[in-house]
Design a protein around this ligand. Sequence first.
Ligand SMILES: Cc1cc2nc3c(=O)[nH]c(=O)nc-3n(C[C@H](O)[C@H](O)[C@H](O)COP(=O)(O)OP(=O)(O)OC[C@H]3O[C@@H](n4cnc5c(N)ncnc54)[C@H](O)[C@@H]3O)c2cc1C
Length: 439
Amino acid sequence: MRTSPDAPAVLPRTNWSGNVVFAPGRAARPTTLDELRTEVAAADRVRALGTGHSFNALAATEGLLVSVAGLPRVVEVDSAAQVVRVSAGTRFGELVGPLHDAGFALHNLGSLPHISVGGAVATGTHGSGVTNGTLASAVRALELVTADGELRRLSREQDGDRFDGCVVALGALGVVTTVELDVQPAYDVRQHVYERLPRQVLADRLDEVLGAGYSVSVFDDWRGGDVPQVWRRLRVTQDDEGGAGGAGDAPERWLGATRATGPRHPVPGLSGTVCTEQLGARGPWHARLPYFRLEFTPSSGDELQSEWFLRREDAPDALAALAGLQDAIAPVLHVGELRTIAAEPLWLSPSAGRDTVAVHFTWLRDEVAVLPVVRAVERCLAPFGARPHWAKLFATSAGELRERYDRYDDFVALVRELDPSGVFGNSVLERCFPDLASR
Ligand SMILES: Cc1cc2nc3c(=O)[nH]c(=O)nc-3n(C[C@H](O)[C@H](O)[C@H](O)COP(=O)(O)OP(=O)(O)OC[C@H]3O[C@@H](n4cnc5c(N)ncnc54)[C@H](O)[C@@H]3O)c2cc1C
């Protein structure tokens, strides 16, 4: 992206990391739906911007950059139907309070509450848990403004298989204004951090480690010694307070690792006090599932990220192959992480059709040093059909993406149908889906 000193001040000039500069021809933050519809209908090229937390130029455009954050805020819970309708510009951190107060919860959250619902859904953002789909898997319906300025509602119930193509849609179909999410009764979680898991245990018992809780994260330094941290988030229910999911599942020693005695941060050297509460303290789902608190800068703040998604059964071999790259990975790494995601039908979801292990890297903010390592990791994981995170750094070719997503061609056809003249296209989309460039 080029730097533009004239970029309108109405929206951020850069993404969260600062590695992408937004230089749109025009920026808008409409405050009414009609204003948004008029803006979209009048523009040749449009991209929606959420909170700008993506690490590549997926949200960028030289046309109209439009934020839905100024639209009227909606958080409507329908208790009988177990659904919440929420405006797409709402950050998860703003949604969870009213939802919890109404007695409900989401099935999962990502590592940080700072991102918008619309941006998370569009990119297949996920948390962890072998039975948990991406955050987008909870989407029951959505409303979006299409290229002609019309507002359409699409739903799981009415649009069936086609709906599965419209949820993780990378902003390519239109500007999403509201999303309806499945909810469930509120629940509590206890979070424990274990330190120094013997590496051989991770290699030999990967499924057991990753399945040791409702949501588990393995944080690794890729230096080949003991694995520094395993975060186990155990869901508490009335029936199993002392058993599965209760405090009884968190002994002082577990698989050779030791339970931490103070709050920890996943990035070595940073204070655990900015993180959600640990040490087994029982608390509501929204105060345990993300790692970072809304009021603090998440993660290191000075970083880039990449992530690749593997079939669960391929993970042990793929991780063994990646270990051969540890001398290249470790010097440019803040921290690495392993998580799980359940298979789901959404066409472009990272876990589309396959139970998944996600291999994440929080890199130093040095693209020159990091990009060759990104390419090396991709070469290493290519035989395993690894899918990249749409919102992070990757170099996977369009041909490889096509091989790795069964519904790739269906998605291209859907975009061509709903946006025949390519209003919602941009350079990242057209690199990943070259057939969309010819509209
Ligand atoms: C510190 C940090 C931690 C992270 N942790 C995780 C994690 O735990 N799990 C994970 O999977 N990812 C994670 N991410 C990545 C993050 O979830 C994605 O980048 C997500 O897309 C961010 O949402 P956003 O609102 O900032 O989207 P943006 O970056 O603003 O936009 C992303 C995409 O969504 C589209 N979009 C946004 N809003 C709309 C809308 N209303 N209508 C249509 N399209 C829209 C944009 O056009 C763009 O294509 C993390 C990122 C950071 C910076």
